[in-house]
Design a protein around this ligand. Structure first.
Ligand code: ASP
Length: 445
């Protein structure tokens, strides 16, 4: 059995945490390949190493030198190494890293050094081989992961090694320069390693005991989710349940490798297991989780006999494509069509241009724009098995006096998405939670 473990920034925050991580790894000989993040926050108000590195890059841009932020980074790594008592020439490594950052003058390269340094330290602490992600994680010229090449290089690099630490968060672009994933991307690196070695389990160690049915800042003490499917995870994490990077399921899903979320602070807690649908056992609950995301814009288009006008949708979609705008949802009626777009995408006059072009291309009877919309996803395979789920959901929202601005239910019946005003987001989530979790006592069985 091979387990791949990824440890997040809080788990790597200082020497003490790293010792804790080492004892978790050593307690199970099947934990063979380890992916680490850069040291994160040690306490509220602390600064993550990755954020210090971004500051460091600002300084390189302005002055050519790493500056004060790098001093802070060096201090932290010196402290960690002396706390751990490992024999690693940290001074030499820090000096080389500073020189490389100043020479490369690349934001991604600079940001990646947190993972590089923490992986070097962990490899030395564990007595495992160190594998530099730059040599084995490759991106294509379009910026996407070159999966085939990466899996092959990674598998080859790990083949002869019983135990190894791989740095998370980065790889190498087609131009030969270091490239990072988006923030939180070490989760993806962990999934890549799991896939490359066809692991039996991908353990993702973090600072919470898995997924909760909704954000604990919105509902006090929400139910824990002990088991869910990849699909449920994708829906929930995309909509803001941010325990795991939303893209990290893709590599493992294709090989049916289960993910388990574990808490480094409470290693005996059950956590959350995420399974392919073939292994997922329905446990009677209706809803698995609820997640919400704010700040969407809805462009609503109405035109009589739209349904009979061939090419209507194509024309509008090609305008979005021309502007490089992604839309999240496209609820439609016979004569209406709406596009739900992340408001960020429509900044800097893009919205006006877009509306003008749509007007010219399809000549709608009405076109309206609604800003400040929050989307709330209520997710669960159980919804398709239980008659009246949507009635309950809308009833709960109505009882809370909240106006629903938009509804979208995917045909898989895994997910009902409602759009409400930003200001009503938290209240709507609370109302849905009350309805399905306080009343649905079978949850968690
Ligand atoms: N260190 C990076 C970040 O802070 C990547 C990660 O931790 O996954 O986003």
């Amino acid at each position: 059995m091979i387990k791949v473990c990824k440890f997040g920034g809080t788990s790597m925050a200082d020497g003490n945490m790293m010792k804790r991580v080492a004892s978790i790894i050593k307690s199970d000989g099947e934990r063979r390949y380890v992916v680490v993040s850069a040291p994160g926050k040690r306490f509220g108000g602390d600064v993550k190493i990755t954020d210090l590195l971004y500051r460091c890059f600002d300084s390189v841009k302005q002055t050519g030198k790493c500056g004060e932020a790098y001093e802070k980074i060096s201090e932290r790594f010196r402290g960690i190494v002396s706390e751990l008592g490992v024999s690693l020439d940290i001074e030499g490594i820090l000096r080389d890293t500073q020189r490389d950052i100043e020479r490369e003058k690349s934001e991604d390269f600079t940001a990646s050094r947190g993972e590089y340094l923490s992986a070097r330290v962990m490899a030395s602490l564990l007595g495992f081989a160190f594998v530099d992600a730059r040599d084995v994680v490759k991106f294509r010229a379009d910026g996407q992961l070159d999966s085939e090449r990466t899996f092959e290089l990674m598998a080859n690099a790990l083949k002869g090694k019983k135990y190894a630490v791989v740095s998370g968060f980065y790889g190498e672009g087609a131009d030969g320069r270091v490239k990072t994933f988006s923030r939180g991307g070490s989760d993806i690196s962990g999934a890549i390693v799991a896939r490359a070695v066809t692991a039996d389990l991908y353990e993702n160690w973090t600072d919470v005991s898995g997924f909760l049915a909704c954000d604990p800042r919105i509902v006090e003490n929400p139910a824990e989710i002990h088991s869910m499917s990849y699909k449920e995870l994708r829906e929930l994490s995309y909509m803001g349940a941010n325990v795991l990077h939303s893209e990290s399921i893709f590599p493992v899903r294709a090989a049916n490798i289960p993910i388990r979320i574990k808490n480094t602070f409470r290693p005996t807690d059950k956590g959350t297991e995420i399974l392919p649908i073939s292994k997922y056992r329905y446990n009677g609950r209706i809803v698995t989780g609820i997640a919400g995301k704010k700040n969407f814009t809805v462009i609503f288009i109405e035109k009589s006999l739209m349904n009979a006008e061939i090419g209507f949708a194509r024309k509008v979609l090609s305008i979005l494509e021309k502007h490089g705008i992604c839309f999240e949802h496209m609820p439609s009626g016979i004569d209406t069509m709406s596009f739900v777009i992340d408001s960020e995408e429509l900044k800097h006059g893009v919205q006006e241009e877009l509306l003008e072009e749509i007007r010219k291309a399809v000549n709608p009877d009405t076109m309206r724009v609604f800003d400040d919309i929050a989307l709330i996803a209520t997710v669960g395979h159980g919804m398709s098995k239980n008659v009246g789920t949507s009635a309950k959901l809308f009833d709960a929202i109505a009882r809370a006096g909240i106006n629903v601005r938009m509804i979208d239910q995917g045909s898989s019946e895994l997910n009902i998405i409602v759009g409400v005003d930003n200001d009503n987001c938290e209240r709507a989530i609370r109302a849905i939670y009350e309805e399905f979790f306080k009343k649905d006592m079978s949850f968690g069985l």
